[in-house]
Design a protein around this ligand. Structure first.
Ligand code: ATP
Ligand code: MG
Length: 247
């Protein structure tokens, strides 16, 4: 279980998180929505200890990680796979090395075993056989899927996806949504997905959280979200793309 308790975060005089309270249950598939710049990515970074709150607690399986040492946070972080917004791949390494990075660092597996897992994950994201390519030769959508392969390579208990379908074509977006659902169903992973893609909300969310004004403004099922007559929610939904991937 993941719990954010009264989490505050400012950058200079800009208050981004203003007392966030959120519990994410084990095995749950949670989608986070909200306006651009409202603090969704910042919140994800708090969950994996890449950012520390000014105030409040971030509790991962009963342990408050806020005051842990860097090494202790690193241990907790091994439970997580994360797909960063904008696919951060290392251009100096091959696709194989990028996808196998965590496996090599965390698990000290034999090269052959790493190659086997990398091949399997690339197949899963629809990119079999591109191990020897350089990230700089891939399209944006391919980079995103390679990052996804890396995020799931070590079979994490929790996967954080920051805009997994942005920039992908509709078919590939469907595939990614299906992959997210599959991982949740088959491997029982806990999934947290930040998205601007309302289709992903419909396709994958068990629960949706809308961030607004630095707090969790809404939490409920997709149906409750779409049925809401709260002005901030209806306004947000009205402005969100209704067709898959014009974003
Ligand atoms: N390291 C940082 N230093 C200063 N300001 C930051 C930093 N990280 C984030 N911010 C600011 O915090 C605010 C929230 O950023 P965040 O990236 O979480 O938004 P977001 O909800 O993910 O938006 P988007 O949907 O566009 O990705 C923004 O105003 C951003 O400029
Ligand atoms: Mg973001």
């Amino acid at each position: 279980m993941i719990e954010l308790k009264n989490v505050y975060k400012s950058f200079g005089d800009k208050n981004v998180l203003n007392g966030v309270n959120l519990t994410i249950n084990k095995g749950e598939t949670l989608v986070i929505i909200g306006k651009s710049g409202c603090g969704k990515s910042v919140m994800l970074k708090h969950i994996i200890g890449l950012m520390k709150p000014d105030k409040g607690e971030v509790i991962i399986e009963g342990q408050n990680i806020v005051n842990l040492s860097r090494k202790e946070v690193y241990t907790v972080r091994k439970k997580f796979g994360f797909l960063f917004q904008g696919a951060a791949l290392f251009d100096s390494m091959s696709v194989e090395e990028n996808v196998g990075l965590g496996l090599r660092e965390n698990r000290r597996l034999k090269d052959k075993e790493i190659s086997r897992i990398v091949a399997e994950k690339l197949e899963l994201v629809g990119l079999p056989g591109i191990q020897n390519m350089s990230p700089s030769d891939l399209s944006g959508g391919m980079k995103k899927r390679v990052s996804l392969a890396r995020a799931i390579a070590d079979e994490p208990e929790y996967i954080l996806y920051d805009e997994p379908t942005t920039g992908l074509d509709p078919v590939m977006s469907d595939n990614i949504d299906e992959l997210i659902r599959d991982l949740a169903d088959k491997l029982k992973v806990t999934s947290i997905i930040v998205t601007h893609d309302i289709f992903s909300v419909i396709e994958v969310a068990q629960r949706v959280v809308m961030m607004e004004g630095g707090v969790v403004y809404f939490s409920g099922t997709p149906k409750e979200l779409f049925d809401s007559d709260d002005t901030k929610i209806t306004e947000f939904l009205r402005r969100t793309n209704k067709t898959r991937n014009n974003n």
